[in-house]
Design a protein around this ligand. Structure first.
Ligand code: NDP
Length: 476
């Protein structure tokens, strides 16, 4: 019989997604530009379920029951457009094209509009969890029309990760909403990893703990509020020894972080929306700095630090302080991330259910964490919550840890260990709660040099001071 769904693009992600669908009882059509991948899948995993392989795209489309459901899982960017262009003339009205690759949401909006004009549904869907997730249950963030989601829902919710019986797959919203939320997930992942790295670095420098001892600290943290996949694998990486030297694995790894670009996309989009995502921005910048070998080499040993100052801290107390700093900074990063999602949802009319986004990320993806339940609960309490930080749980969590957080940032500055994530998060927190910000002075400066006008605290309207004249105030 005909296949219920098809996957074109059978590299690691597409192959595993196709296997996941087949293992869950769906009949899956297969296609890949170079046939070798299709043949390999059938040869190696053909017994896992019902596959319908095709050598060309026309045959692939022909093998699908109508309305057709095609998942594209190829390299993001131009290759995705090439596949769409080849596919579209072969499809019929009502067919559904799913792009499960890592597309930029603006591309997804463009593609969705173009296919809608042709009577086709285009679903840009975020898929997170890497190879392993694609096979055993990813976190799935589908955009597109409600009708297309209704048609896909039984399959997507079956193959997604589940937490407490609930699928980590929810219709995010129209057109690019799914890919936007996937992008934000990656941005938050950047921030999370940066904060973890700062906690490690500070503890190592301030206390002189070995990577193996630090692995124990993270293992312990993973039994509390910080419990998450990233903390768990941090313990694993820190306890690993290098097979060649027998020393700590982390010490033989070159300290230059790479990036594929989704963190940068997140920050660029947030800039466009006017939303401060300083946690993610500092994470992207920290990676850029780590890779800037020329300037690092020019500065190392040349720019003076604070000298051999010892952190004046008690071991166990400082470990607990850093735990608080990490958790509070992480809450800020998530609060900022959800602000960006809310702003995009308003800007593009997506009507995103913020609490539901936290449930999608509870399983299958890299940022899966116990504390995502707290985010869901916060939005259940108040769907109009202006910032996660003002929810009772988050407010109390930060309040109970803020003295520790301040001590950690101060210690980092004193001993000269970079902590851009911790300190930017704390500055954001203090800026958010400030009764009065120095923006008043900035407005004054702008009025002086550019007659940009200012507003007053005591009455309505815009005003300008005659700075080069008699300094009287005029109404703008
Ligand atoms: P790659 O991104 O490495 O892409 C390889 C696949 O794209 C192959 O099937 C290749 O076909 C196909 N392809 C490339 N160019 C073209 C073209 N012009 N026309 C037709 N097909 C083309 O594969 P991955 O499996 O790693 O990722 C697939 C998608 O999933 C990407 O968008 C990626 O960003 C995203 N993703 C990846 C994750 C991961 O952990 N790897 C996690 C989440 C999302 P051929 O075999 O013929 O070369």
């Amino acid at each position: 019989g005909k296949a219920q769904i098809g996957v074109t693009g059978l590299a690691v992600m597409g192959r595993n997604l196709a296997r996941n669908l087949a293992r869950n009882g769906f009949r899956v059509a297969l296609h890949n530009r170079s046939q070798a991948r299709t043949d390999a899948l059938v040869a190696e995993f053909g017994s896992e379920g019902e596959f319908v392989p095709s050598t060309d795209l026309a045959g692939f489309v022909e093998s699908l029951e109508q309305p057709r459901k095609v998942i594209i899982m190829v390299k993001a960017g131009a290759p995705t457009d090439a596949v769409i262009d080849e596919l579209v003339p072969l499809l019929a009205e009502g067919d559904i094209v799913v792009d499960a690759g890592n597309a930029h949401f603006a591309d997804t909006r463009r593609r969705e509009a173009a296919l809608r004009d042709k009577g086709l549904h285009f679903v840009g869907s975020g898929v997170s969890g890497g190879e392993e997730g694609a096979l055993n249950g990813p976190s799935i963030m589908p955009g597109g029309s409600p009708e297309s989601y209704a048609a896909l829902e039984p399959m997507l919710t079956k193959i997604s990760a589940h937490v407490n019986g609930e699928p980590c797959c929810v219709h995010v919203g129209p057109d690019g909403a799914g890919h936007f939320v996937k992008m934000l997930h990656n941005g938050i992942e950047y921030a999370d990893m940066q904060l973890i790295a700062e906690a490690y670095d500070l503890l190592r420098h301030a206390l002189g703990l070995s990577p193996a001892e630090l692995a124990e600290v993270f293992r312990d943290w993973n039994t509390g509020d910080l419990e998450s996949f990233l903390i768990e694998i941090t313990a694993e990486v820190l306890s690993q020894t290098d097979p060649t030297t027998g020393g700590a694995f982390v010490d033989i790894v070159l300290d230059q972080a790479e990036q594929k670009g989704t963190g940068r996309w997140t920050v660029q989009s947030a800039l466009d929306l006017g939303i401060p995502v300083s946690g993610m921005a500092e994470a992207v910048f920290a990676r850029s700095l780590s890779g800037d070998v020329v300037r690092r080499e020019a500065a190392a040993g040349v720019l003076p630090g604070p000298g051999d100052v010892k952190a004046d801290v008690d071991r166990d107390a400082f470990i607990d302080d850093v735990r608080h700093a990490l958790y509070s900074s992480k809450l800020v990063a998530y609060a900022q991330g959800f602000d960006a999602i809310r702003a995009a949802s308003d800007e593009y009319g997506w009507n995103i259910d913020l609490g539901a986004m936290a449930t999608i990320w509870r399983g299958g993806c890299i940022i899966r964490a116990r504390f995502l339940d707290r985010i869901k609960e916060a939005y259940d309490r108040n769907p109009e919550l202006p910032s996660l930080l003002v929810d009772d749980y988050f407010r109390d969590a930060v309040a109970s840890g803020q003295d520790a957080w301040r001590r950690v940032v101060a210690t980092a500055a004193t001993i000269g260990v970079p902590a851009p994530g911790f300190s930017a998060a704390l500055s954001y927190y203090d800026g958010l709660r400030a009764e009065r910000l120095p923006a008043a002075l900035i407005q004054g400066l702008r009025d002086l040099f550019g007659a940009h006008t200012y507003k007053r605290v005591d009455r309505e309207g815009s005003f300008h001071l005659e700075w080069s004249g008699d300094r009287s105030e005029t109404t703008a």
